[in-house]
Ligand binder design. Structure first.
Ligand SMILES: O=c1nc2n(C[C@H](O)[C@H](O)[C@H](O)CO)c3cc(O)ccc3cc-2c(=O)[nH]1
Ligand SMILES: C[C@H]1O[C@@H](n2cnc3c(N)ncnc32)[C@H](O)[C@@H]1O
Ligand code: SF4
Length: 360
């Protein structure tokens, strides 16, 4: 039984025999992908306040020190991104800050918001006005929270990380695998194209990795909404002095992701955190969002490779490098809200920029 599954009423069916079969997959069992895709984004860390205290994370600030990006800063960053040819505004930040962050809540109230989600909606509107398509990953979301922002996002996401109960999530306020699966299910119910993934090396074992991939597959089979699964190694920082996954392990879990998931689901590896060149034969077909203008605020010590480097990686793999939007092309017919479709069809510069990426 997956921890928290009962509490959040998720009936994800993971068959023990399928876990055993997936565990035995190796890179020799997968074919290399025919192309590599990526998106150009700007990273907008709306707030560093977070209800959790994951032990691998340097992103969150303690109450009293947490920051909140202002609407003006959001607009400025988006404008800069659009000018640099980006298509995606990546909003990813602390999970639903709790009541200990009084200063954050007071500031939000001054700006007319009673929650971070209410503010996120305004921020997504700003991004659309400035010519970027929002992709929000605010961590766990309730159905009510996701409903509040779904129609102003091209796609959304949350890392499942793992279905296991791990010490790295521990402490009094811990992430629950059941809650994360419930978030992924809610996205399916609401028809939101979705990104999720594994965080590798936080204390999970091979059975947990296989189970996590099969849980994602199960939810995707029900709703068809998973666009990509990220295989992300945990990386060292001043809070995480623990181990990081060895290359062998990363190669094997990447191949397992490729075998576990149907072909239409991309397998993404972040080129600033993982040795992508050594994973090209393990089935990856996507390099995720890469920013020409902002840092990776979650892992600030790990710089984005330049576009030139992505081109060199694709060349080494002998496949074309293709730019994509934050929502994968197959979701454009039928899945997008009027606000996002309007942006894609707009007669302005942004519309032309999106359509150029789509190849229309
Ligand atoms: O720059 C990053 N982008 C992350 N992204 C963004 C991703 O690179 C792109 O935004 C998506 O591929 C959409 O284009 C995530 C998106 C999600 O929905 C869920 C998790 C992540 C994790 C990261 C991350 O750690 N760093
Ligand atoms: C956006 C995602 O970034 C991941 N994240 C947080 N800290 C680290 C780290 N040290 N290394 C790699 N990924 C990390 C979390 O899994 C989160 O969901
Ligand atoms: S990984 Fe996300 S949920 Fe965990 S402490 Fe960092 S910001 Fe919070």
């Amino acid at each position: 039984m997956i921890p928290g599954a009962d509490e959040y009423d998720v009936d994800v069916a993971v068959d023990a025999a399928a876990v055993e079969r997936l565990r035995s997959v190796t890179p020799a069992d997968v074919d290399p992908a025919p192309e590599l895709s990526f998106a150009r984004n700007v990273f907008l860390p709306l707030t560093t306040a977070c209800r959790y205290t994951c032990t691998y994370c340097t992103y969150y600030d303690v109450p009293g020190e947490a920051s909140l990006m202002s609407p003006e800063e959001v607009r400025e960053t988006c404008r800069m991104g659009a000018k640099a040819g980006c298509t995606e505004a990546l909003f990813t930040f602390g999970d639903d800050p709790d009541d200990r962050y009084t200063a954050v809540h007071e500031r939000l109230a001054e700006w007319g918001h009673d929650s971070v989600h209410s503010y996120l909606r305004e921020a997504c509107d700003i991004a659309l006005e400035e010519g970027l398509l929002p992709h929000s990953n605010p961590g766990d979301q309730t159905r009510e929270q996701m409903e509040l922002v779904a129609d102003v996002n091209a796609s959304m996401g949350v890392m499942l990380e793992t279905t296991a109960e791990v010490r790295a999530h521990g402490g009094p306020r811990a992430k629950s695998p059941g809650q994360r699966l419930a978030t992924i299910r809610t996205a399916g119910e609401l028809g939101v194209p979705f990104t999720t993934g594994l965080l590798v090396g936080i204390g999970e074992d091979w059975t947990d990795r296989a189970e996590s991939l099969l849980a994602i597959r199960d939810l995707h089979e029900r709703y068809g909404h998973v666009q990509e699964v990220i295989v992300q190694p945990v990386v060292a920082n001043e809070r995480w002095r623990g181990d990081t996954p060895a290359l062998d392990a990363l190669r094997r879990v990447t191949a397992m992701a490729r075998v576990a998931l149907p072909e239409e689901v991309s397998v993404q590896v972040p080129p600033n955190l993982a040795p992508v060149r050594d994973l090209l034969d393990c089935g990856i077909d996507d390099l995720g969002g890469v920013s020409p203008v902002t840092d990776d605020y979650i892992n600030p010590d790990y710089a984005w490779p330049a576009l030139r480097e992505l081109e060199a990686i694709a060349e080494e793999a002998g496949v074309p490098l293709r730019e994509r939007l934050p929502v994968h092309e197959r979701f454009v017919p039928g899945w997008l809200s009027p606000a996002i479709l309007d942006a894609l069809e707009g007669e302005d510069e942004a519309g032309a920029r999106y359509r150029a990426v789509l190849g229309d």
